[in-house]
Design a protein around this ligand. Structure first.
Ligand code: FE2
Length: 280
């Protein structure tokens, strides 16, 4: 390992994240953005009139089924604020929250990018993974004006292994700033326990998925101030995120989108929970 990499690995170990500016070229960012645009262009917006027919519970279950299936598909998730009764309030191009969760397996542009040895090397050299296995991908739009917030969480809650082993690679495809909803992180917070566990509900449980509290150790309330720090990132920046690092992002009320692509790896050396929401 060269000296620069050793320094990066130390920073990651200390903070629970590492910001690497200019990891991607502008061209690479534009290629991913262009592909996402084409995916959205060819996506047919489903009717929303079901919303006025189904009860809340049924709606929840329906979205859970779509969500659960998305682990092995290229699925589109709308912004909460995208709909006004039966119709989209804005053009579909700015109504989608994210595309997930198997772009890395199925998409002709995202798959080769996601599976490149260059990324796998980062998980080894910076995050100390032994056998990195790519399990999830998402393209996040954080669209202007309606881009929703992401509440405080640890990524390891959503991809359960024993011991926790998730490492996230997050790519800024556009500049992420405080104004357009960049991530906020708690430096060193990855040394705390895993608070929650998100999993498939047991057979016969209509909820589809369940969130279980594992540890009540509180976290500072999310706020755009200390001890949280903003992870502002210029286009092309890659952020390596420890799976136990608490982080969140606010909604985007600015007029500029904040596109990002995120990948999650787990270590093949760790035991994969059978009730993970995503099948492997
Ligand atoms: Fe996250």
């Amino acid at each position: 390992m060269d000296e620069a990499t050793e320094e990066e690995a130390r920073t990651y170990e200390r903070d629970g994240f590492l910001v690497i500016p200019s990891f991607l070229s502008e061209g690479e960012c534009f290629a991913l953005m262009d592909r996402a645009k084409r995916l959205v262009d060819s996506f047919e917006v489903p009717s929303r009139d079901r919303a006025s027919v189904f009860s809340t519970n049924e709606q929840t279950r329906t979205s859970d089924e779509y969500f659960l299936a998305s682990g092995s598909r290229v699925s589109f998730f709308f912004e909460e604020e995208a709909w006004d009764r039966g119709a989209l309030r804005h053009d579909k191009s700015i109504s989608i929250n994210k595309i997930g969760h198997a772009l890395h397996e199925l998409d002709e542009v995202f798959a080769p990018f996601s599976k490149s040895e260059r990324l796998r090397d980062i998980t080894r050299s910076v995050a100390g993974m032994k056998t990195p296995e790519l399990v999830q991908s998402m393209y996040i739009f954080k669209n202007p004006l309606i881009g929703g917030d992401v509440s405080c969480h640890q990524d390891a809650s959503f991809l359960i292994t024993t011991p926790p082993s998730v490492v996230g690679l997050w790519f800024a495809l556009e500049d992420a700033t405080i104004e357009n909803g960049c991530m906020w992180a708690l430096p060193g917070g990855h040394r705390g326990p895993l608070r929650k566990r998100f999993s498939r509900a047991p057979e016969g449980d209509a909820r589809g998925t369940v969130m279980t509290t594992l540890d009540e150790t509180p976290l500072p309330a999310p706020a755009p101030s200390e001890p949280w720090i903003p992870l502002e990132a210029k286009r092309g920046t890659m952020i390596v995120l420890h799976g136990l690092l608490p982080h969140w992002s606010s909604s985007n009320r600015s007029t500029r989108s904040r596109h990002a692509y995120a990948l999650h790896f787990v270590d093949g050396e760790a035991a994969w929970a059978a009730d993970n929401w995503i099948a492997r």
